[in-house]
Design a protein around this ligand. Structure first.
Ligand code: UDP
Length: 355
């Protein structure tokens, strides 16, 4: 099976945790490295480098065409030579490339949004919303990481074909550690949508002494990063900056719980990494975390600062509960190991190609 993967705006070679590189990069790297054991994978990204081998059977092909039309044409030329069986586009910008290729390339086209602008609540990018609608109507299949998101897409676009496959986690990289006592942890890009302001507000409500480590680099520019830093002044908050994905595990292991205060989270890979590390997750119940963390691997509350603060205090004061939630989390995370998730993708691709 020969798979054409398109990730226009973000390369799996970029280290995750700042700028535009986050969960999607971790997803693409892990999924396709696993699939490369039985398929040939080409990942197209915008950039100046030429071709870089990610491993056997898996190549990152940089195309230096900023114009999406030219970018799409270049992939079509590769297709003439390489004869792909399936195209999988990631994120709305690559979905636009898929739209441009559709008339010329008659093989199945799958699309993963990773974030859906129209579901973000305070959506501002009207053009992006219109393009997302066009992608849903034009592609052959949408792959959604949660049943909830799949259902909402189906309700809005009854003719769309949506397949749910959750994201995965490397359960050998992320493993249990000791109890982290009063060390709270946040992991993710420092972006307004990640809700660090709510977390800081919640910390101000706490009467107990806790320390929050924040891992991740600026996403929407340095100014926003400095803004949240000054908002947290006077609290025991330690901005560590971006940490290489290889070194993240020890930070999860040393924490007592991980807080994911996002305003919007389509899936939340950090939740799975926390579970694999046998630590409880705290977050909001209106995010993708509901389907992975659920009610037994952490505490997901109704969106409000006081509820978030209460959940933190509850877990700080209850080591046994922390331990039990972590234990269930680890057990559940094993199901999401990339090995299983890549198998689901392989079977899905195979079924679609044979149709
Ligand atoms: N991450 C990392 N180093 C950092 C911060 C984050 O490797 O300093 C990784 C983190 O482990 C996770 C991803 O970036 O795999 C963030 O994924 P998530 O889905 O939570 O957020 P997104 O960036 O997709 O919004």
């Amino acid at each position: 099976m020969r798979i054409c993967v398109i990730s226009y705006h973000s390369s799996p070679l970029e280290p995750a945790g700042s700028g535009t590189s986050g969960g999607m990069n971790i997803f693409i790297t892990n999924l396709y490295k696993k699939l490369a054991r039985s398929c040939k994978i080409d990942i197209y990204v915008y950039g100046k480098k030429s071709c870089v081998l990610l491993g056997p059977n898996i190549e990152v092909i940089h195309l230096n065409h900023q114009s999406l039309d030219n970018f799409a044409d270049a992939i079509i030329n590769y297709h003439i030579d390489r004869q792909y069986n399936i195209i999988h586009t990631h994120y709305w910008l690559s979905g636009m490339v898929g739209l441009l290729m559709k008339k010329m390339v008659k093989i199945p086209w799958l699309h993963s949004f990773h974030t859906v602008e129209m579901f973000k609540g305070a959506a501002t990018n009207r053009l992006r919303i219109e393009i997302e609608k066009e992608i849903i109507k034009s592609c052959d299949f949408i792959i959604s990481p949660t049943y909830h998101e799949a259902l909402v897409i189906k309700e809005l676009f009854p003719k769309s074909q949506v397949i749910t496959i959750p994201h995965g986690v490397d359960t050998r990289r992320f493993t249990p550690g000791s109890d982290g006592d009063k060390n709270l942890l946040y992991v993710g890009r420092i972006d307004p949508i990640k809700g660090l302001d709510i977390l800081v507000d919640a910390l101000r409500l706490l009467k107990c002494d806790v320390k929050l480590n924040i891992i991740g680099g600026p996403s929407k520019g340095r100014e926003n990063y400095e803004k949240i830093k000054s908002y947290a002044k006077g609290l025991r908050v330690n901005f560590i900056g971006r940490v290489s994905h290889n070194q993240l595990s020890e930070h999860y292991q040393k924490s007592s719980m991980v807080i994911i205060p996002s305003y919007y989270e389509s899936f939340g890979l950090v939740g799975l990494e926390t579970m694999a590390s046998a630590k409880p997750v705290i977050g909001f119940d209106d995010t993708g975390l509901s389907e992975t963390v659920g009610k037994d691997a952490g505490i997901l509350v109704k969106r409000n600062t006081r509820n978030l603060a209460n959940a933190i205090v509850h877990l700080i004061n209850n080591q046994v509960l922390r331990h039990n939630l972590g234990k269930v989390g680890r057990k559940k995370a094993l199901y999401y190991d990339w090995h299983n998730i890549a198998s689901s993708y392989f079977l899905t691709y195979e079924k679609i190609i044979k149709k």
